[in-house]
Design a protein around this ligand. Structure first.
Ligand SMILES: *Cc1c(COP(=O)(O)O)cnc(C)c1O
Length: 234
């Protein structure tokens, strides 16, 4: 018997492959039309794990921290990954984020919009989502729902930004409260898509609730721990 406790195994190809397949089949069971796309949330996960998922066909990855993402992008520069910023965005990082990412899902205030547009100059348009504080909680990031139309107008005025839709992180709550939050998001999303033809993305649902989110209309789900296993702490 060994004297030291063996360390927890790192995610390996079989484990990741099995989890990816389980999530895909749960997604299909929640919606037979296969509308929803999986965004793999790789914050605090290794570049090696991202590379393994890429080899399994996963192309979209979500990161929360600009600096951490930049390092991974350098390590994975040989892969054709679509990178999404899903974490809160500081004004002083906006221009850098606009250049590093393909998508920014966390626009939550007017100030950030021209900073992103300016940072993106000379490149293909940045795809963006407005993050909504659907529960109206002071502690949460995201704009108040009443601010959606104004932010959408501002984004529309930026030639280097393309408005694609809405994102939310509902507060942990019972099923009914979450369902209500998802339904509100869907309603605002539908209003927005009637006004802006480029709007086609409703990003909601995570490891704990992605099936419910899909049933309520999500077409991008953001899954971290259910896919990669537990994260290291920040
Ligand atoms: C971390 C994170 C996720 C993924 O959370 P899991 O519960 O690990 O699936 C999704 N969206 C955002 C914005 C996150 O920060």
């Amino acid at each position: 018997m060994s004297e030291t406790a063996s360390p927890l195994p790192l995610p390996t190809l079989p484990a990741l492959a099995i989890r990816l397949q389980q999530i895909k089949s749960r997604m299909a069971a929640a919606d037979a039309t296969d509308r929803a796309q999986l965004l793999a949330v790789s914050k605090l996960q290794s570049s090696a794990a991202i590379r393994e998922l890429y080899a399994l066909g996963q192309r979209d990855f979500g990161e929360n921290y600009v600096q951490e993402a930049e390092q991974k992008q350098q390590e994975l520069a040989d892969l054709d990954i679509t990178w999404h910023l899903i974490g809160p965005l500081q004004s002083n990082k906006a221009a850098q984020a606009a250049r590093l990412f393909d998508w920014v899902q966390s626009i939550d205030r007017a100030k950030i919009v021209p900073l992103l547009g300016h940072g993106r100059q000379g490149m293909a348009p940045l795809q963006v989502l407005i993050q909504v504080n659907v529960d109206d909680e002071h502690s949460k990031s995201g704009c108040v729902p009443d601010a959606i139309p104004g932010l959408a107008d501002l984004i529309q005025q930026q030639p280097n930004l393309c408005l694609r839709g809405l994102m939310a992180i509902p507060a942990p709550a019972d099923q009914d409260a979450r369902r209500q939050a998802f339904r509100k998001m869907r309603e605002w999303y539908q209003q927005l898509s009637e006004r802006y033809p480029t709007v086609d993305t409703l990003s909601m649902g995570m490891s704990d609730d992605f099936e419910l989110a899909i049933r309520e209309g999500a077409n991008v789900i953001r899954v971290g721990s259910a896919l990669f296993g537990a994260r290291k702490s920040a």
